[in-house]
Ligand binder design. Sequence first.
Ligand code: PEP
Ligand code: MN
Length: 341
Amino acid sequence: MMIVMKEEASQEQIDSVVRRVESVGAHAHVSEGEVLTVIGAIGDRERIANLDLQGADGVDRVVPITKPYKLASSQFKHGVPTVVEIEGRRIGGGHFSLMAGPCTVESREQLLSTAEAVKQGGASMLRGGAYKPRTSPYSFQGLGDEGLRLLREAKDETGLPIVTELMDARDVEPVLEVADVIQVGARNMQNYSLLAEIGRSGRAVLIKRGLAATLEELLMAAEYVLKEGNEDVILCERGIRTFETATRFTLDIMAIPVLKQLSHLPVVVDPSHAAGRRDLVLPLSLAAAAAGADGIIVEVHHDPEAAICDGPQAVPADDFPAYVEQVQRVAATIGNELSAL
Ligand code: PEP
Ligand code: MN
C-alpha cells in the first residue's frame, strides 16, 4: 500500500501514519520527495487496509501496489523515474551513463592505460572486476585485493567512479573502500543474503539479470536491496540463455521498455556479455540506446588480443571514442544525454 501525504502534511502527521503502519507489524518506508512525502506500507495487506488510513490527518490518498515487488514498482514512485547520482554523474530520468573498462583487472599497466583511454573517450565510470565469477574454477579468478588497490589508483588518476563486482558478503568491507557502484553478477542475482548486505551498506548497486531469470525475479532482487533502505539501485540486462548458440547469450531488448514500465529504477544494458563478440557490441549498444536504456556497461581493453579474460568481446581502446560518439548520438535522439564530467 502506498500512502501519499498531502503537500501541506506536517511532520507530526507523517510520524503518526508511520506509527500506525508499524503498529500492525508492517514496515513503513518513508520517501520524501521535493513536493510531497510518500509512505510505502509493506506487510499484511488486510491489516494495513483495516487501518483505514484514507481518512487520516494529512493523508491525500492511499494507493494499493499490486505487484509483488513494492519499492521497485513504478507505482511506488507514481511514475517518476529514479535518478541515481554517482559522484556527479547521473543515471536515469534523461541522464545516460557509459560504464566502460576491462572485464578483469589484470595488471597495473592494463588497467591504467584502459582507464585513461575510456576517460578520454567520454566514459562516465570505470568498470573492472577484482573478484571474478568464472564458469571454470581453473580459469583466472581475478587479482582480488590487489585488483581493488589498482582500481583505487585508477580512480585517483582519472577521477572516474568505480564499478566493481562483489561476489561474497565476506568481502564487503574491502570492496566498499573502492566501489562507487557495487556490481552483483548474473550468477549472484538470487544471492539474497548478499543483496541484503549491499542494501545495508547503502552503496549504489548494479544488479545483473540472471542467465535464466524473469524480469519479475530481477525486480524481486532489487526489492531485497531497496527494503534495507538503499535506494540507489540500477538494473542491468546482460543477455539470457535461449536455444540460440550463434552468440554467447541473447540480448533481451524488450526488457528495457518493459522494465521501465514496471519500475522507476534506471536500466542499463551490457552488450559485451550478451554477445561475447566484439562485432556485435556496437549494434547492440545502438539498439539499447534507441530502446530507452539509461546507460551501457561495456568491456574495453587497451590490447584485447592479450586479455586474460573476455578479449574477443572487448572493444579496443582505440575504437572507444568513435563508439561513444555513435551511442551518444542515438541516445540523444530519444532525449537521453550522456552524463560524464
Ligand atoms: C562481468 O561483468 O564481468 C560479468 C562477469 O558479467 P555477468 O555477471 O553478467 O556474467
Ligand atoms: Mn567479462
